[in-house]
Design a protein around this ligand. Structure first.
Ligand code: HAM
Length: 474
């Protein structure tokens, strides 16, 4: 049956709208546009653009090569975990658990969380894969995104990348010291000047005695404290040492110090860590107020702080860590000493940017392939693969037709040679090599072009290109 054309009843033309004010954007409580035609990023989330990948690759590659040279094995942990994994280990009274976790109920009605950090996950993996029965220490490293719903600011995001190092199974001070050395080496290799701040918060027992003293001291001055610090005093008194309030910082000068409350074993452990650092000439600064924002720490805690602070108010801790001897047991495993640290990659990349360090994302092309028509594109596709396998970076503009436009692109890219393949050359089995500086052109056998280009570009320099050909077992 033929379709019947529907007739649309004629309507009065709608009166033209006169805009008297800017159209109001539908904003949510975070100030993000909800009804715009384009999608905007969520606050605190960002894209890492192709032009920034050079710096990111430098950081990732440096971390990977140092991790391997210290015999750390890579582990990849899930981004989503049961929410109580973090609640139980990071601590109920901490900012992360109280305010910053992305917690939701999954379709199986289970409470899950986007990981705010990965130490708890690493400890979970250590237990669930029976790593206690492997030779100790078990040394693992990871790199991936973490999520904290904190107030975004320079160097603080809601999704950020961490690279972490965790060493399980050995309680010796040398483990703490070597982890600090590893962090220090990473920054040194990246050319960043970083200060190590260090403290010891001892065992849970000596900390309990210290906290009684600390709370008693601050109670005398309670009236002077901000509401936030009063809350800290009640909920998580150790965090008062971290306060940014000026009054509190002044009061801290007369407050009892944790180092005076360490038992003999904790003191000895800490002194040894410092001695090892002196031995390998890693400069450190004792910071008696350094406590860190996670509850699982015992003994050494440390941070890598940017020495040449950019002064833009950005977060200056590029990394942090410490010993966490009780964590595996909290998660139901056998008592296992452990120590580790994590670095904040956005902050490191930012520091590199401030120093003007931006390595190229990949080696620039030295050869351009110009084609004229489909027959030459077909040969070009194959040729392109041969160049790639020989490790010679070639650029192309397969989408362009005219030679002029392609040569302009080649010029813009600053390549040394352009290969020109027209209809005639395809029929003859030849190709033109054009020297972009002198403009001289020669016609060569297409089968020999890869070898000839290699000779021209690399033999004079006395280096070999990096081959990308797959390794085949003979
Ligand atoms: P953390 O101090 O919470 O420790 O984080 C480590 C590093 O991650 C920080 O020093 C900082 O560079 C970066 N970072 C933290 N939060 C943000 C954020 N919102 N935006 C950008 N960067 C951030 C931990 O996470 C522990 N798991 C470290 C550890 C490993 N301890 C023992 N092993």
């Amino acid at each position: 049956m033929p379709f019947k054309k529907k007739t649309i009843p004629q309507k009065e033309p709608a009166p033209k709208k006169v805009l008297t004010e800017e159209p109001k954007k539908d904003l949510d409580e975070e100030g993000e546009g909800k009804s715009g035609k384009t999608f905007e990023l969520l606050r605190g989330f960002r894209d890492i653009l192709p032009e920034d990948q050079g710096r990111w690759n430098l950081v990732r590659d440096t971390i990977r090569s140092i991790a391997e040279s210290y015999s750390f094995d890579r582990i990849d942990l899930p981004i989503l975990e049961r929410s109580d994994l973090f609640q139980r280990t990071i601590g109920k009274g901490t900012d992360i658990v109280e305010k910053e976790m992305y917690v939701f109920t999954d379709p199986s009605n289970r409470s899950v969380a986007l990981r705010p950090e990965a130490t708890a996950s690493a400890a979970r993996a250590y237990i669930s894969h029976g790593m206690l029965d492997r030779p100790q220490p078990v040394k693992m490293w990871y790199l991936g995104p973490m999520f904290r719903h904190d107030r975004p600011q320079a160097g603080r995001y809601r999704q950020f990348y961490q690279a972490g190092f965790e060493s399980f199974g050995v309680d010796e001070s040398i483990v703490d010291a070597q982890l600090i050395v590893i962090g220090h080496q990473i920054f040194k290799q990246l050319g960043l000047d970083v200060k190590v701040e260090i403290n010891s918060i001892g065992t849970a027992e000596c900390r309990a005695a210290y906290l009684t003293e600390l709370v008693a001291y601050f109670r005398q001055h309670r009236a002077k404290l901000s509401e936030d610090d009063k809350r800290r005093l009640q909920k998580n008194p150790l965090r008062i040492l971290d306060s940014k309030e000026e009054v509190t910082r002044e009061l801290l000068q007369g407050a009892p110090q944790i180092l005076d409350w360490l038992d003999e074993k904790s003191k000895e452990h800490f002194m040894k860590v410092l001695e090892f650092l002196e031995e390998v000439e890693v400069p450190y600064v004792l910071n008696p107020y350094l406590v860190r924002g996670l509850d699982y720490y015992t003994h050494s805690v440390f941070e890598f702080v940017q020495a040449d602070d950019t002064g833009d108010g950005a977060q200056s801790a590029l990394g942090g860590g410490g010993r966490y001897d009780g964590l595996v047991e909290i998660l139901g495993g056998r008592s296992t000493p452990a120590c580790g640290f994590a670095l904040g990659l956005e902050r490191i990349v930012r520091a590199l940017e401030a120093k003007g360090i931006n390595p190229p994302e990949r080696p620039p092309a030295r050869v351009f392939f110009a084609q004229l028509g489909d027959a030459s594109r077909r040969v070009g596709l194959k040729l392109f693969e041969e160049f790639r396998q020989a490790g010679i970076p070639v650029a192309e503009a397969f989408g362009k037709n005219a030679l002029k436009g392609q040569l302009e692109t080649a010029n813009k890219l600053g390549v040394e040679l352009t290969l020109i393949l027209g209809q005639k050359e395809v029929l003859d089995g030849t190709i033109i090599i054009r020297d972009m500086e002198s403009g001289a052109q020669e016609i060569v056998d297409v089968k020999k072009v890869v070898g000839l280009v290699k000779k021209k570009l690399y033999q004079e320099e006395g280096v070999e290109p990096v081959s990308h050909s797959p390794v085949v077992d003979s």
